[in-house]
Unconditional design. Structure first.
Length: 310
């Protein structure tokens, strides 16, 4: 059942504290690595589902993958400042982010990611990794907010002159980032005719986490998803899409992955936990989508809601 639109932040946080749902047979939580679903939505403006965004938090360090609408508010809801328990999501501590592709539903939270943590005292540049176009997107956003930057740095209540800055990096397939907590590999995915759309594979001290991004089925996702403890994958409802026009059926089959196809992929790569996100319902229920996946896959699978933690 979907959450009511008026659900409070407290309600979201309390729900998120149930780290593993009772229906999961095998998957066990980690004390080191947490996967926090900041946004599980799509371009549709569902008020219960913010734009696509996932936080991988390792030893209280957050790594954000995609930054759809609402990203910072969702992160803040999980931070101790607002009653949450994820220290790495204190917004002034968010300094690392990765973008799968340039679609607006995955990136319109970018100004929020740049400027809100700065106004909350982030005092170092944001490091962002993404496909070709990320440099231009970053430069244009900084220019658009030039007056705001000047006022906050030189105005009546000056703040630091570092936290608004962004170091943007263009990724290609392969290893794109490494520190003491994570190794991050980018891999190309098929998403319509986007020339540069990526998924990411994170290797932490005790987990391998794969995020598909927006993707139609292809062998590259299968290759990078093998041995994953958690596979976060997009999905659309088979029954729901079958009720749409032939045009939309062709479009989504070339850009996205059906519940049956996700199930078939999971059956081959056998993740410890399959987490469904970027959920295209097309009028179907959560139960229907899960049923469609489980026709093909018998392992642990959940349809994620915003602020779920795994």
């Amino acid at each position: 059942m979907k959450r009511s639109i008026g659900a409070s932040v407290v309600g979201f946080v309390l729900l998120s504290l149930c780290l593993i749902r009772p229906t999961l047979a095998e998957f066990k939580p980690s004390e080191i690595t947490k996967v926090v679903m900041l946004g599980t939505g799509t371009p549709f403006a569902d008020p219960a589902r913010s734009g696509p965004s996932t936080a991988i938090v390792v030893n209280d360090m957050a790594y954000i993958v995609d930054f759809g609408p609402g990203v910072i508010r969702r992160a803040s809801a999980m931070s101790p400042r607002y009653g949450g328990v994820i220290n790495g999501l204190q917004v002034n501590n968010i300094t690392r982010a990765f973008l799968t592709h340039l679609h607006s539903d995955h990136s319109t939270g970018y100004p929020d990611l740049i400027f809100t943590p700065w106004t909350m005292d982030r005092n170092e540049p944001l490091e962002v990794y993404g496909p070709e176009g990320i440099l231009e997107m970053t430069q244009n956003i900084i220019e658009a907010y030039g007056e705001d930057i000047r006022y906050r740095v030189y105005g009546l209540e000056p703040t630091n002159n570092q936290g608004w800055r962004v170091n943007a990096h263009v990724v290609k397939e392969g290893m794109v980032y490494q520190d003491d907590n994570v190794k991050v590999e980018a891999f190309r995915v098929k998403h319509g005719n986007w020339p540069n759309a990526f998924g990411y594979r994170f290797t932490t001290p005790d987990r391998v986490i794969v995020i598909s991004g927006d993707a139609a089925p292809d062998k590259n996702i299968e290759r990078y998803s093998r041995d994953a403890d958690i596979l976060v994958h997009e999905v659309y409802a088979v029954e729901g899409l079958n009720k749409r026009t032939a045009f939309w059926q062709r479009y989504h089959s070339n850009n996205h992955t059906s519940a049956h196809e996700v199930g078939e992929l999971a059956a081959r790569v056998k993740p410890g936990l399959l987490v469904l996100s970027h959920i295209l319902f097309f009028g179907s229920s959560e139960a229907q989508i899960l049923s469609e996946v489980k026709e093909k896959y018998k392992g642990d699978v959940v349809l994620a809601n915003d602020l779920d933690v795994f």
